[in-house]
Ligand binder design. Structure first.
Ligand SMILES: Nc1ncnc2c1ncn2[C@@H]1O[C@H](COP(=O)(O)OP(=O)(O)OP(=O)(O)O)[C@@H](O)[C@H]1O
Ligand SMILES: [Mg+2]
Length: 429
């Protein structure tokens, strides 16, 4: 029987689904960090400082195993996350990890291979064709050249992992394929997919009539997106809760001049795709120097402690916990401990929403731009399907509730809609 596959390489989570003619789809299962079965796989890599592979390169571990190894290794080795957000960056050509050079597509290919390995154990040979999701605009891309550049690198990673025929589909269009399976009537639908790196939108006609059309592309009225999502919300928590404890806003005395701590250090600390790259001798040397001149050296020492011990992921966990709690509650106790650092602070949803207001506003502008470019008013839209992990953020949902009304909002399967939809799309390739 013909079996096709869809692969969602996400900034935070990846997933893979197979589909059969007729539209049944099955998600690949992975072992989670807690040893349970999960249909998502963390897009994260760990390079061991101690173990080397047959090629003498540091042993690379992906997903939940990467997290386990990282937590056991006490700051040794390197943990890299949110790699998808580097795809559009022309300055990220290669990186030195424990003495060996890796290109970005080398790194992404490690994750893709792990996804394929697990799925092959479950489904048997998967073949060499795949439909893969892509954001409408990659995180950090300024123009269509940057998007093409990012897509070229993603394709290179997939080919390195063994795929020969790669078809890309917009992530929100993929989500539409899945949503459409539940429709018994025609609708004009706004799809919103809010992930870790990007928020993407499609305005699309779905349902029995749209399905019959020979040219399904004509059902899509338009797509748009912004490189703002869960990681950007996390960054606001780092800047507002953590950074001051690590010296942001303090000063140092450089040859009689009182200078503020450079804020770019904290921006990087709060951007998950950059944090593990702070551990460079130049940055550490600069910080050690600043510390000796600082008016509050213990705070700079705390920052150095995080960088030297590669604690970015540990910090991420504390930040994410608070963000996720604030989706359900009005208050969360932010907690991070790695002695000598201990940060405990109550964070109110109200504050969090003030911090992320600029991001929410950019997301809203993107939705307005899409509607306008398609000459569609909110009243013309029959339903709004919100998916992706960041669709849980109340401030994100509020944009759509206010514009379209609560009764038109739909959701569900937040972390797997795109993968299933990609597999359904693959039935048409
Ligand atoms: N309950 C929740 N409340 C708030 N945020 C959440 C919640 N659950 C997950 N998230 C956030 O959702 C994001 C991950 O969502 P998802 O897996 O859809 O992204 P992704 O597909 O990996 O990213 P992208 O599509 O941008 O490449 C993370 O930022 C995570 O912190
Ligand atoms: Mg996604």
């Amino acid at each position: 029987m013909k079996r096709v596959i869809g692969l969602d390489f996400g900034t935070t989570n990846s997933a893979l689904a197979v589909a059969e003619p007729g539209g049944a789809s099955t998600l690949a299962s992975f072992e989670s960090e807690e040893g349970e079965v999960s249909s998502t796989f963390r897009s994260i890599l760990y390079f061991s400082a101690e173990e080397r592979g047959a090629d003498k390169r540091p042993l690379a571990v992906a997903g939940p195993d990467a997290i386990k190894r990282y937590l056991e290794a006490d700051g040794k080795g390197r943990l890299i996350q949110s790699m998808k957000s580097h795809l559009s960056s022309r300055t990220f050509t290669q990186t030195n990890i424990l003495g060996r050079y890796y290109t970005l597509d080398d790194l992404i290919a490690v994750i893709v291979r792990k996804l394929i390995e697990a799925a092959t154990r479950q489904f048997g040979d998967l073949g060499t064709s795949v439909v893969v999701g892509r954001p409408v605009h990659f995180s950090g891309a300024d123009d269509s050249d940057d998007d093409d550049f990012a897509l070229g690198r993603l394709r290179a990673a997939l080919e390195k992992a063994g795929f020969e025929q790669v078809t890309f589909e917009f992530e929100p269009v993929a989500a539409a394929y899945r949503y459409e399976q539940k429709l018994d009537h025609d609708e004009l639908v706004l799809i919103g997919d809010f992930g870790g790196g990007t928020s993407d939108f499609s305005l699309i006609r779905l349902g029995p009539t749209a399905k019959q059309k020979p040219d399904k592309q004509s059902n899509i009225l338009g797509n748009d997106g912004v490189g703002i999502a869960g990681d950007a919300f996390d960054s606001r928590i780092v800047m507002n809760v953590v950074a001051a404890k690590l010296g942001l806003g303090t000063h140092y005395n450089s040859m009689g001049k009182i200078l503020p701590m450079p804020s770019w250090l904290y921006q990087r600390l709060g951007s998950w795709h950059h944090v593990s790259f702070l551990k460079e001798s130049q940055t550490i040397g600069m910080l050690a120097n600043i510390k000796s001149l600082s008016i509050e050296p213990e705070k700079i020492e705390a920052l150095l402690h995080i960088i030297r011990n590669d604690l970015g992921y540990k910090l991420y966990r504390s930040v994410e916990r608070t963000k996720v709690e604030l989706s359900d509650r009005d208050i969360s106790l932010f907690f991070f401990k790695d002695l000598p650092i201990e940060i405990k602070e109550k964070v109110r949803r109200l504050y969090f929403e003030t911090w992320i207001e600029p991001e929410i506003s950019k997301i809203e502008k993107c939705v307005n731009r899409l509607l306008e470019s398609c000459s569609v008013t909110p009243r013309d839209v029959d339903s709004v399907f919100l998916t992706g992990g960041s669709a849980f953020v109340p401030a994100v949902r509020r944009i759509f509730r206010q514009k379209f009304g609560a009764d038109r909002l739909r959701g569900g399967e937040e972390l797997t809609t795109v993968a299933r939809g990609l597999a359904l799309r693959a039935l048409e390739v």
